[in-house]
Design a binder for this molecule. Sequence first.
Ligand SMILES: Cc1ncc(COP(=O)(O)O)c(C=O)c1O
Length: 406
Amino acid sequence: MKNKFQDLRKRFPQIVFMEEKGEFYLDSAATALKIDVGIEVLRQFYETNVSNVHRGEHNLSLKATEKYEKAREKIAHFLNAEFNEIVFTRNTTESLNLLAHSLGSFLQEGDEILVTQMEHHSNFLPWQVLAQKKGLKLKVAPVTSSALLDLNLFEQLLNPKTKIVSLTHVSNVTGVLNPLDEISSLIRKKTSAYFILDAAQSVSCQNLNVKKINCDFLVFSSHKIFAPSGIGVLYGKKKLLEKLPPYQVGGGMITDVSETKSEWAKIPYKFEAGTPFIEGVIALGEVLSFLRKELDFKELLKWEQNLVFQAENLLSQIPGLRFIGCKKNRTNILSFVIEGVHSSDLAFILAKEKLALRAGHHCCIPLMKALCLNSGTLRASFSLYNREEEIYKLKRSLDTALSILL
Ligand SMILES: Cc1ncc(COP(=O)(O)O)c(C=O)c1O
């Protein structure tokens, strides 16, 4: 197993570049490094195939369109979805804003939306704004003191008025994996709500199968899975996408326009106004196909969890250090605080030590408040290109930082 990931590590040019400079990357939860397969697609496109899609009769455009739509097929295959159930956006944030806007148009005063305390602001603010605009009730399911979703309270908040449930698969703060089977059956049993899954963090460590998950919508960003930034994927069940009004309007999403009225194109195109990030989509398609062929995500998660486990053992030697979240459900993220030290001060010194990791609230202020983490946390996130060396480096650098700060 070790050799497999070490071989793959070499396919990330930035890891090789950073290694030469003695730098270490433990920030894949913010964005993952890029694999050569995707970089090569971008290079080839810029050198030989620049043109727009769905808009030209010339060869370049036809070829780009074919590759772009082929990529949609590959991405659908990756999620076990249908071709026309895949919509391209800019990122997870835009996908969730699209859903809040379009699904929101079906909701009426008094209807309820349920999210959780562990949501990224991207899966919180669109619903908060929608609720304020339309007089809806936004309910927030609490977490326990170990930062796990409190399933009893979650269940109690579900009722026939709940029209949308939107929650994260994996917390970007604690790495905790939510029990989807249980959650999805509770939602289906107690409501007829639309079930939205934020897979921004789980896309790189779980086998996502939308049929098995039985969600209505699933969203993720390309940049979290070794592909370019600037593309979001929105999966939606065909029947639901057909019903939804578009989010943005403009070129490429119509079948007819008159001065008074327009007709929208069929799905998925009615949600894709304007020129998309063509080469990025093609690169994402290649990267996902490559990963499906080369990687078993269960094995990958085991590798990453083993790194997290080792980091936990080593860092627990540091006096006053406390891990956030529950060991049992942790994926590839390790968040912690150290008594008497601000997480941003630590991150500042770690950066000087050539270690990239993130400190602060991680765009999850409601969770920080719920867990009374006033100075945020320090977060180390692990991916397939990380190895033990980085854990030792992290421990040494934390020792150095603490000798300065305490
Ligand atoms: C769980 C989760 N949801 C949503 C987002 C937002 O993703 P993006 O910034 O790509 O829109 C992130 C980003 O870190 C995330 O971790």
